[in-house]
Design a protein around this ligand. Structure first.
Ligand SMILES: [Ca+2]
Ligand SMILES: [Ca+2]
Length: 182
């Protein structure tokens, strides 16, 4: 496993774990990630939360359950192993499912419904996930906004998602999909 990609997989699992590292990570936990995003954006339509929850349970059912323990919980090693296996054997479907999670996640953050992420929506979303400095917010937004038009589009979310899960380039813009990446 190349170094940069390996670090990104570990980072994703840590992020999915949230602040309470002792909570068991299982199917219902992944489904519940949708409610974290719902709590950040309480005005989001229920249908968008349902789509997001379904995208996470699909992630579990198609990939993560295969590497979970007998009690239905998943470790960081299991997570990395599941993703690595999916990239090796089921690459196109896996990436398509990851793009769908990203699309659903950002759709909840699109509070004004213009189908793009503006900077205030970005700040609200990432600020709920990380303790970010103003510099990190500016850099992260610029990394996602590839064409520099001041908003993050569907295509830019897609490009970042593909890079996050596949690129071993330490400079790839998509490395910032889940916030600051050195
Ligand atoms: Ca928007
Ligand atoms: Ca843009």
């Amino acid at each position: 496993m190349p170094d940069v990609l390996d670090r990104k997989l570990q980072r994703a699992f840590t992020l999915f774990q949230g602040n309470d590292k002792s909570a068991p990570i299982d199917r219902s936990y992944f489904a519940g990630l949708a409610h974290h995003q719902a709590a950040t954006f309480p005005g989001a339509p229920a249908s968008k939360i349902e789509d997001l929850e379904e995208s996470f349970t699909t992630f579990w059912d198609r990939y993560l359950v295969k590497r979970s323990a007998a009690d239905g919980t998943l470790t960081g090693e299991g997570f990395t192993s599941a993703i690595t296996s999916a990239l090796d054997t089921d690459r196109e479907a896996f990436l398509s499912d990851m793009i769908n999670i990203g699309r659903c996640w950002f759709a909840v953050a699109d509070t004004n419904g213009d189908h793009v992420i503006k900077k205030d929506e970005y700040i609200r979303m990432y600020g709920s996930l990380f303790p970010l400095t103003a510099g990190e917010i500016a850099t992260g937004f610029a990394k996602m906004d590839r064409d520099g038009n001041g908003v993050i589009s569907h295509d830019e979310i897609r490009a970042a998602t593909l890079e996050y899960w596949t690129s071993n380039d330490p400079e790839a813009r998509g490395n910032w999909l889940f916030g600051p990446f050195e």
